[in-house]
Design a protein around this ligand. Structure first.
Ligand SMILES: Cc1ncc(C[n+]2csc(CCO)c2C)c(N)n1
Length: 228
């Protein structure tokens, strides 16, 4: 199956980090979601941590509003904050409630080291850098789940109990969001760095940020797998 396309910068970053990208999008945790063999306890451990992750991710997207230079960037970042805090976190709340974990416990859950490392890395990318640095650190999260969802929707076993999770990210509206964010990132880079942004001196540093965030996604799956 061919992978979905989410923009020029993303395609180049992904290709430059292909080893890390494969470790992320084909992690044992992901394969367990696909064939249904992922232990429920691992999934719930991941989901509680992911709720906390989304809280801090929303803060990072809010920083993107602050670092925006155009109304398009501001609208995209503000819509993502709204989507995250008012919609995306519902999937987590619903599944956890069914498992007897109330929302108050999610918000107060203590953060795993993998969670802390990843979210604060992204926040620092935005605080110490500009909008482009922040987008390079945010892109693996947004696009990685889009790619995983699209692949698993076609490959998952019919009876995997993780179908709802898969459908969330395989859905047309989520795939469209990945393309929209990819287009917004391309225009943000063209504006700040130039049309030929991949030839610019700072391109290597942006690619490095993307690769680092991708490695931190691998560690996040591993945290769920190990229940650490
Ligand atoms: C560890 C981890 N990485 C990525 C996502 C996916 N994700 C995070 S924020 C967001 C919406 C961005 O618009 C999406 C899809 C996740 N849930 N947990």
């Amino acid at each position: 199956m061919s992978v979905p396309e989410y923009g020029r910068a993303f395609g180049l970053w992904r290709e430059a980090a292909r080893t890390e990208w494969a470790a992320y999008t084909r992690h044992a945790f992901v394969e367990g979601l696909k064939d249904g063999t992922l232990p429920r306890e691992c999934f719930l451990h991941y989901l509680v941590q992911d709720y906390v992750f989304l809280v801090h991710f929303s803060r990072a997207w809010a920083l993107a509003v602050v670092k925006s230079e155009t109304l398009e960037e501001m609208k995209s970042a503000a819509a993502t904050v709204d989507g995250l805090v008012n919609h995306e976190m519902r999937l987590h709340v619903g599944i956890c409630e069914e498992a007897g974990i109330p929302e108050a416990d999610l918000y107060s859950a203590s953060e795993s080291t993998a969670n802390l490392t990843y979210t604060r890395y992204v926040m620092d990318a935005g605080l110490s850098g500009d909008f482009a640095d922040l987008m390079a650190a945010l892109a693996p999260c947004v696009m990685g789940y889009g790619e995983i969802g699209a692949r698993l929707a076609g490959e998952a076993t019919a009876d995997t109990p993780y179908r709802d999770w898969i459908e969330t990210y395989a859905a047309d509206d989520y795939q469209q969001l990945c393309r929209d964010v990819g287009g917004m990132i391309d225009r943000a880079l063209e504006r700040r760095i130039g049309t030929d942004f991949a030839a610019a001196p700072r391109w290597a540093q942006l690619s490095e940020r993307f690769a680092t965030a991708t490695r931190l996604e691998v560690d996040f799956w591993q945290m769920g797998w190990d229940r650490s």
